[in-house]
Design a protein around this ligand. Structure first.
Ligand code: NAD
Ligand code: UDP
Ligand code: UDP
Length: 316
């Protein structure tokens, strides 16, 4: 099959491309390199089945493909809030373009949506039928509402134009190749502990998240794309931790005497988050296999290697 991955030079996208290439597919990657990097794909550069196109998905493009994994969009609050209007354009105009492409070439289309569609959830753990609690005018809304519109577009292209869609609601995912300046919590704490600077804990650390290792997530995306159910479907690891517990786990692994510095909690920061993955289990036979302690070890090894050589390729 010829498969398009938008945002394929990013964190999740590059791991997905590794898997698709190893399965023998032809892969086309579209990326504008906002938060992605060519070094994530270096090993495929001379492969005859791989093609990398520098392209901003807010502009139309014509390609011939069988499947589209649509991941292009900055995922870290720091990066999606840097230019919020651009984030909305990427989610709305960019998703529209990719759905227009899917319609024209009759490609199956998978949207990388997010647990952020649930906002600051009043239902715990979050099931797919929960409609969410999102602030429409807050600093996170460019991303949250952008993804909600992207889901709506996907379902309307399905109903109106018969496009085959798959919608994944991805929960916090971490692993090798996250940027040093990504800004999300796992990479921040690891980089800070390795550099010997204080771990920046926002709020009192009692807010929770559930962290999924990237190889598990990629497995879920591929199963969803090739399964029968369009979703939306939660993909995430249901093991829930407070952010203070996460800080302490990373502190223990890297530097038990590392300082934890408490900083103000950003606006609209969700209090808790944990996926109900009953559907993923029933429909796709999927559940995460990498526990946090092990996933953190792999991620720390990768950051250590890149501190010595920025182009180091960690294959954990
Ligand atoms: P990332 O920032 O590493 O990757 C996003 C990629 O999209 C980057 O390579 C970036 O350069 C590219 N991109 C951004 N805007 C673009 C545009 N207009 N045109 C072309 N390319 C563009 O983020 P990630 O963690 O790999 O996330 C990938 C997808 O998964 C995103 O859609 C994100 O919303 C979703 N997601 C991720 C998580 C997570 O925890 N990592 C959670 C929920 C949802
Ligand atoms: N589009 C694209 N590549 C394609 C087909 C469509 O980028 O191969 C874009 C197209 O430019 C339009 C969007 O996708 O902006 C939606 O396309 P659709 O055909 O659904 O709507 P229309 O072009 O009729 O507005
Ligand atoms: N967080 C933190 N210190 C950091 C970065 C994030 O305490 O350096 C907190 C943040 O306030 C949130 C949680 O960690 O409560 C997860 O943040 P992240 O940006 O990774 O993801 P999201 O909030 O989108 O789930």
């Amino acid at each position: 099959m010829r498969i398009l991955v938008t945002g394929g030079a990013g964190f999740i996208g590059s791991h997905l491309i590794d898997r698709l290439m190893l399965q023998g597919h032809e892969v086309v990657c579209l990326d504008n390199f906002y938060t992605g990097h060519k070094r994530n794909l270096l090993k495929w550069f001379n492969h005859p089945y791989f093609e990398l196109i520098r392209h901003d998905i807010t502009e139309p493009i014509r390609l011939e493909v069988d499947q589209i994994y649509h991941l292009a969009c900055p995922a870290s609050p720091v990066h999606y809030q840097f230019n919020p209007v651009k984030t909305i354009k990427t989610n709305v105009i960019g998703t529209l373009n990719m759905l227009g492409l899917a319609k024209r070439v009759k490609a199956r289309f998978l949207l990388a949506s997010t647990s952020e569609v649930y906002g600051d959830p009043e239902v715990h753990p979050q099931t797919e039928d929960y409609r969410g609690n999102v602030n429409t005018i807050g600093i996170r809304s460019c991303y949250d509402e952008g993804k909600r519109v992207a889901e709506t577009l996907a379902f309307d292209y399905h109903r109106q134009n018969g496009v085959e869609i798959r919608v994944a609601r991805i929960f916090n995912t971490y692993g090798p190749r996250m940027l040093e300046n990504d800004g999300r919590v796992v990479s921040n704490f690891i980089v800070q502990a390795l550099r010997g600077t204080p771990l920046t804990l926002y709020g009192d650390g009692s807010q929770t998240r559930s962290f999924c290792y990237v190889s598990d997530l990629v497995e879920g995306l591929i199963r969803l794309m090739n399964g029968e159910q369009k979703g939306p479907i939660n993909l995430g690891n249901p093991d829930e931790y407070t952010i203070l517990q996460l800080a302490q786990a990373i502190q223990q692994k890297i530097n038990p005497s590392a300082e934890i510095r408490f900083e103000p909690l950003p606006q609209d920061d969700p209090r808790r988050r944990k996926p109900d993955i009953t559907k993923a289990n029933d429909w796709l036979g999927w559940q995460p296999t990498v526990p946090l302690q092990q996933g953190l070890d792999y991620t720390i090894d990768d950051f250590r290697a890149r501190m010595i050589d920025p182009d180091a390729q960690y294959e954990g």
